[in-house]
Design a protein around this ligand. Structure first.
Ligand SMILES: Nc1nc2c(c(=O)[nH]1)N[C@H]1C(S)=C(S)[C@@H](COP(=O)(O)OP(=O)(O)OC[C@H]3O[C@@H](n4cnc5c(N)ncnc54)[C@H](O)[C@@H]3O)O[C@H]1N2
Ligand code: MOO
Length: 446
């Protein structure tokens, strides 16, 4: 069972900016921006988890990564050659092959001596420089001692003090913060954590999401016959959930009976482990085959959001079950479902994962946008020359418009004039429109 659950009192103070809500048109419906607040405020973050480095790319740090010791933690050679002490010529020290020091034990290099060293090798105490292999010549003198001298082609000043030695702590000092909490880890940052001595990192949890597809008319392959529809959720919903910060199981398909709804929602252990959130598709309406509300009621759950004053997607529902799981009811119409997922699912999953909800951006509308009194219209849009324009083919059951959209405009009930500001919701799979600001690139990494 999840450690977290629907909070008894929903906090509405969290700032999720949105257009001013208009009058509420349907009984039970709450304004669009309020639905985002309620979904975000209903949950609190799941406990962070420790993950092995190999699984950490893309995860968000919940705790700073510090250097566990100096980085590098010992003075090492940057070249193949000889560690030298003092100005040449040098007597090759050590009993090892051709003047190398023992790997362990006494690693002191006496004055006017040299010892063979490889790139990355531990610089012995007493050494003040490394002479590159191509700059030195080791040969026996008349007394039979191995002596190192500079070749004529050595560069001027070789081997000057400190040359070709990487000092300990050159990259970071022990305890220094290398990656602050909040960093979304990229491969180079994971490599840095490894270099700093970490085996695991502590990251924000990803809520486990189970998906339940309903509807006897829904088919999962081939060209659907009249009366059938091809499932649009199964092939993509899991990916969208992961873009929102959750981890989805493979979808479970059920028919239209109340008993199958109860079975699907009642099992705390869904296909692959306990779910923090269950997403259902279809069945949010009020016909005889729509069982979302009745199933939640029968299981002793509570409706946290029961309809949203938005188009499309107004029948969307969010509920909490007594065992702490959340249930998001997405309408069956494909575009309506995505709009409901962005409105309710995105803030809920963000909240459980200890993240902020996706922020709205204010864009300038490229044309007049008609409002829908009392409702927010969610309109897929494209960006052109810094302006947002609605796309075509955005009926509640259509995917064609969204397939090419950059984002979704949240058109307030009073509409928007051409050139006026319109809040825009990002699509999880599309890059946000980022106006270039001078100096933005100059941010200093830690
Ligand atoms: N009398 C009313 N009827 C409807 C209203 C209303 O207010 N009064 N609202 C309409 C709106 S708006 C929506 S949205 C839908 C909500 O429907 P449900 O959530 O109950 O979903 P279903 O009835 O099961 O299905 C609706 C539609 O979606 C298709 N569907 C279902 N699952 C899938 C899937 N996996 N892939 C693709 N398409 C799917 C289903 O076949 C239906 O065509 O109610 C309206 N009616
Ligand atoms: O939510 Mo329905 O149109 O709005 O598909």
């Amino acid at each position: 069972m999840p450690a977290n659950g629907p909070t008894a009192t929903v906090s509405r103070s969290t700032a999720v900016p949105g257009p001013a809500p208009g009058p509420i048109p349907e009984r039970g419906c709450i304004p669009w921006s309020e639905a985002r607040h309620v979904a975000f405020g209903s949950a609190s973050p799941l406990p962070p988890v420790a993950v092995p480095l190999a699984d950490a790319i893309g995860r968000t740090l919940s705790r700073d990564v510090t250097a566990l010791q100096d980085l590098p933690h010992y003075a090492s050679s940057a070249m193949d050659g000889w560690a030298v002490n003092g100005p040449g010529p040098w007597l090759l020290a050590g009993s090892g092959q051709q003047g190398s020091l023992p790997r362990e034990g006494n690693r002191f290099l006496p004055a006017n001596s040299a010892a063979v060293i490889a790139t990355g090798g531990l610089v012995p105490h007493g050494a003040d420089a490394v002479l590159r292999k191509e700059s030195g010549l080791a040969a026996r003198d008349i007394n039979g001692n191995q002596v190192l001298t500079l070749r004529p082609e050595a560069k001027a000043g070789e081997a000057r003090s400190g040359q070709h030695i990487r000092p300990a702590g050159q990259e970071a000092r022990s305890g220094e913060v290398l990656l602050p909490a909040g960093t979304v880890l990229n491969p180079a940052q994971v490599a840095l954590a490894a270099a700093a001595g970490h085996d695991t990192v502590q990251v924000r949890a990803r809520p486990a999401v189970a998906v339940v597809l309903t509807g006897a008319e829904v088919v999962t392959q081939g060209v659907p016959a009249p009366g059938q529809v091809r499932d649009t959720f199964g092939p993509q919903l899991g990916n969208v959930v992961s873009l929102l910060g959750g981890v989805a199981d493979s979808p479970q398909r059920i028919g239209d009976s109340f008993a199958s709804w109860l079975d699907a929602l009642d099992s705390p252990v869904l296909p692959a482990g306990a779910a923090d959130v269950i997403i259902t598709t279809g069945g949010t309406g009020k016909s005889g085959t729509d069982h979302f509300r009745a199933a939640i009621d029968a299981l002793g759950g509570q409706l946290l959001v029961d309809g949203i004053a938005m188009r499309p997607g107004h029948p969307a529902v969010l509920a909490g079950l007594p065992d702490g799981r959340f249930v998001i009811g997405l309408p069956g119409n494909p575009l309506a479902a995505v709009m409901a997922l962005l409105t309710v699912g995105a803030p809920l999953i963000a909240s459980l994962g200890g993240a902020q909800p996706p922020p709205l951006q204010l864009m300038m509308s490229g044309c007049d946008l008609e409002g829908d009194p009392g409702r927010t219209r969610l309109v897929p849009c494209r960006f052109l020359s810094g302006l947002a324009f609605p796309v075509q083919h955005t009926g509640p059951g259509m995917m064609r418009g969204l397939a090419w959209a950059d984002a979704v405009m949240a058109v307030p009930p009073q509409g928007v004039d051409s050139g006026g500001p319109v809040p825009v919701l990002p699509l999880p799979w599309a890059a946000p429109e980022t106006p270039r600001t001078p100096g933005a690139e100059a941010a200093n990494p830690p």
